[in-house]
Every structure is written in C-alpha cells, then in structure tokens.
Design a protein around this ligand. Structure first.
Ligand code: UD1
Ligand code: CA
Length: 454
C-alpha cells in the first residue's frame, strides 16, 4: 500500500508560553516542523498533509514551497479531530502515517519499521518504555499482553499512571479504517477533546490487529511541550551531530559544546575547540583548526587553515593554510586566497585578499581587492562609504601600506607601492613608489604647557 503522511501541527503549544506557534519553535536553528517534514520526506510518501491551525498563516508561509497538502483545523478540538481534517485530502487506498509536529527527533528507520507493521486491516502504534512516563498517554495491555487502549495521564487511574510504556503519538492505519474509528470517538474525557488515542480501543474492540512497535531509542520519541523539553531535544540533537562528526574523523574538544544549526562537513583531522556555533552550510578542509568561541555561517575553509579564538565568519571562502584571528570578523562576501593572514580586531567585508597577504591588527577593509603579498599596517582602514554610496579600493601585488593609513575610496594603490604611516590617500598611488600624505612634522621650541588658573 502507498503511504500518506499526516503531520499534526495545529496546536498552540500553551506550555511554551510563547507568541510563536509551537511547531515553529527552533531546534538546531530551524522549526520543529521542518525536522518532522525532512524525516517524512525521507520515506518518499505519496502525500504529506500538514494539519495547521494556531498561527496558521505563519506556519504555512514557513513551508510554502514544499509541495505539501494543508488541512485547516480552525478550532483545536483534539488530536483525533485534527486527523479527521486531513483524511478527506488523502488517497483512500493508502496507509496513513500520523506524525506529530512536536516529536521532531524521530528517524526514518523507526518509521519504516512502524509502517511495515501496519497493513490493510492492521494498525501499528509506536510505543516506548521510559524510566519516567509523566505527561504521556499510557499503553494499557490486556491479560494476554495485547494492546487494549491508550489512557491519557489526566484520565488515568493511579495504577495506570504507573505504566512505563507510553504512546509516542505516532501510528499507522489504512485511511478508511481510521476514518471509521474516528467517527465514533467522543470527547468525554478530562480535556473535553477528541483524542486520536481512542481509536486504539475501537480498533482492538472491532477485532483488528493492533501492533505496538517499541521504539529502540527513547530519545527519538521525546514530545516537546515546553521549553525545558525543547532544551533536552537540543541536547539530544547536539549529541547526535557530534557523534557523526567524530565518526567521520573530527576531533571535538567537548561534544557538548558544539552547535550545528545547518550542515557541517569536515575533512580528516579537523579539530574544533569549545563553544563553536556553525550555521547554514559550512565545510572545513582537512586539518582545519577551529579555536574556541567561533561563530561560522555559510563558509568554506581550506585545508590546514587555523581559526584562532573568538572569530565571527559569515559567507566567506577561505583558502588553505590561512591564519585568522584571534578576534577577527568576516562579514559577508570575503574571499581569502591561500596563506592569507587576518589578525586581531580586523573586520573585512566584501573583499578579495590575495595569496600570502596580511591584515594583522585593528583594520577595517571593505569593498577591496588586495593582490598577493600585500601588507596592511596596524590601524589602517578603507574609507569605503561617503554616507550615501560605497566605493572600491584596489591594492596591487606586494604593496606595503604603513600603519594608521586611511584609504579614501575609490582609490588604487599600485603594485609594490609603499604608503607612509599615517597617510590619508585619496588619489591613486603609483606602483613601486613611496607615497606619503600627511602633514609635515614640526617642533615649536620653547612652547609652554598652560597652567591652571588659580
Ligand atoms: C499526545 C497524545 C499522548 C502522547 C503524546 C506524545 C493524544 C490525545 N495524546 O499528547 O498520548 O503520549 O502526544 O507526545 O493524542 N494537535 C493538533 N490539534 C489539536 C490538538 C493537538 O494539531 O487539536 C497537535 C499538536 O500541535 C501536537 C500534537 O497534535 O503537534 C500533539 O498534541 P499535544 O497537545 O502536544 O498532545 P500531548 O498532550 O503531548
Ligand atoms: Ca505533545
């Protein structure tokens, strides 16, 4: 049978105490729902239908281009009611896999096993044995050990609350059977809601096979209702990513102090020190060394490059064997060729730095093309902005710019030129020559400092 996926995402998430709908709360930098969607897509189902409601527009907008079916649940009358909104949109001959937007860590393998256990007259339910089942629906089994029903915590007796096998919220059943059972579900429970979980007792009572598939990893089925559970999920995700990186050959100073909010690819023998945050797509070549407190977004860093402590790098292409930082900042659009050096308190923006060039201390370089083997002295800056427009600076190969120079763009420094310290350069400086643009030094002999009036 073909598969249709229903993702429940209409709830407000009251326990989050947030203006953001629960399924848009970020885990590893992207909405909870996007994790579930990615896992659902891995199963290559015929259809994916998202049930939305609370904060509906923002949820739909966040996933507008994903080719999804959308079912509106205008009033959140319970998980059973939510599934009912989706069923009319699904192919009647299909199996429906119900996923929850707030169970984001589930993996395709677990879902595949669950789907296998369902069939034309069978329902399969994903359960888990937890050390602490607080907050979840409990699985009630009959004398033969068969699943008889699910009871929500609020409706459970003291004995039922002691049950450690829980409902993960995920199940698979044929669309028409689900439809039939749901039409019989009543809202006669503590919350006055139509519970999806009530279909289990109806299925069992009507003689259908209910198979409980137990999740092998309890961490995968964590339901996120509040921010504390969100932080736990972040920790599980972090550990998962760190483990994969280490298996691929990266050395991590502390797997618990590395956040990947996107995709990080590492070559061999990469070292990542503590408190690194990677966002977007980041690629680290063989032997790259990332110092502590790095924030790196959308960057490719070449083999053997060292990023010293406390650097911020965004949208950059960095060649091999470069030295960066400590305390360097690359704003978007920087390309460093091999062996370039950026030192401390240096800010670069939209610039190309040729091989072996150095910008070592306290500089701002923006909209600039640096040739090879250029040296920029301490405190030198490009004045690329006149308050209205931005202008380029071009510096030729082998130029030596002294300390404290202001390069007023648009301006061009010829290859091999030398610029005297403290110069303000607003006209082209010729290649191979020394150019100095500063007031002549004078000494006023016999000058007296003023004294304080009595
Ligand atoms: C639910 C299950 C519980 C299970 C737990 C697993 C029910 C009645 N209970 O409880 O057995 O152990 O998940 O995490 O199913 N939603 C809607 N529309 C609604 C209500 C909810 O779309 O009217 C969505 C929510 O956005 C959420 C999911 O359904 O993604 C689950 O709802 P939630 O209120 O979090 O249910 P739990 O109390 O966690
Ligand atoms: Ca939940």
């Amino acid at each position: 049978m073909e598969l249709s996926v229903i993702i429940l995402a209409a709830g407000q998430g009251k326990r989050m105490n947030s203006d953001l709908p629960k399924v848009l709360q970020p885990l590893a930098g992207r909405p909870l729902l996007s994790h579930v969607l990615a896992t659902a897509a891995a199963l290559k189902p015929a259809q994916i239908c998202v049930v939305y409601g609370h904060g509906g527009d923002s949820v739909q907008q966040a996933f507008a281009d994903d080719g999804l079916l959308w079912a509106l649940q205008a009033e959140q009358l319970g998980t059973g009611h939510a599934v009912q909104q989706a069923l009319p949109l699904l192919a009647q001959a299909n199996l429906a896999l119900v996923l929850c937007g707030d169970v984001p860590l589930i993996q395709p393998d677990a879902l595949q096993a669950l789907v296998k256990a369902a069939g034309p007259d069978k329902l399969a339910l994903l359960t888990a044995e937890l050390d602490d089942s607080t907050g979840y629906g409990r699985i009630v089994r009959d004398a033969h050990g068969h699943v008889a029903s699910i009871v929500e915590e609020r409706d459970a007796t003291v004995d039922q609350r002691a049950i450690l096998e829980i409902n993960t919220g995920l199940m698979v059943a044929p669309v028409p059977l689900l439809q039939g059972w749901l039409s019989q579900v009543k809202a006669d429970n503590a919350q006055g809601e139509f519970y999806l979980t009530d279909v289990i007792a109806l299925a069992a009572a009507s003689g259908h096979t209910v198979t409980a598939v137990q999740a092998t990893a309890a961490a995968e089925v964590l339901g996120i209702n509040d921010r504390s559970q969100l932080a736990v999920a972040e920790g599980i995700y972090r550990a998962r990513v760190a483990e994969a990186l280490m298996q691929q050959g990266a050395r991590l100073a502390d797997p618990a102090r590395l956040d990947v909010r996107g995709e990080l690819r590492c070559g061999r023998d990469v070292f990542i020190d503590i408190n690194a945050v990677f966002e977007g797509q980041v690629e680290l070549g063989d032997g790259v060394h990332i110092g502590p407190n790095a924030c790196i977004r959308d960057a490719v860093i070449g083999a053997g490059t060292q990023v010293h402590p406390n650097c911020v790098i965004e949208e950059a292409r960095i060649g091999e064997l470069c030295q960066i930082g400590p305390f360097a900042r690359m704003r978007p659009g920087v390309h460093l060729e091999e062996r370039a050096k950026l030192g401390n308190f240096v800010e670069l923006k939209k610039s190309h730095v040729g091989a072996g060039s150095k910008v070592n201390h306290l500089s701002y370089v923006g909209d600039t093309t640096l040739g090879e083997g250029v040296n920029i002295g301490a405190g030198t800056i490009t004045c690329n902005y006149d308050g209205a427009n931005k202008y380029p600076t071009v510096i030729g190969d082998g130029a030596f710019i002294g300390s404290g120079v202001q390069l007023v763009a648009p301006v061009e420094i010829g290859a091999g030129a030398t610029i005297g310290a403290g110069s303000v350069i607003s006209k082209a400086a010729p290649a191979g020559e020394l150019t100095v643009g500063r007031a002549k030094q004078v000494t006023i002999s016999g000058w007296q400092r003023p004294v304080k009036k009595k």
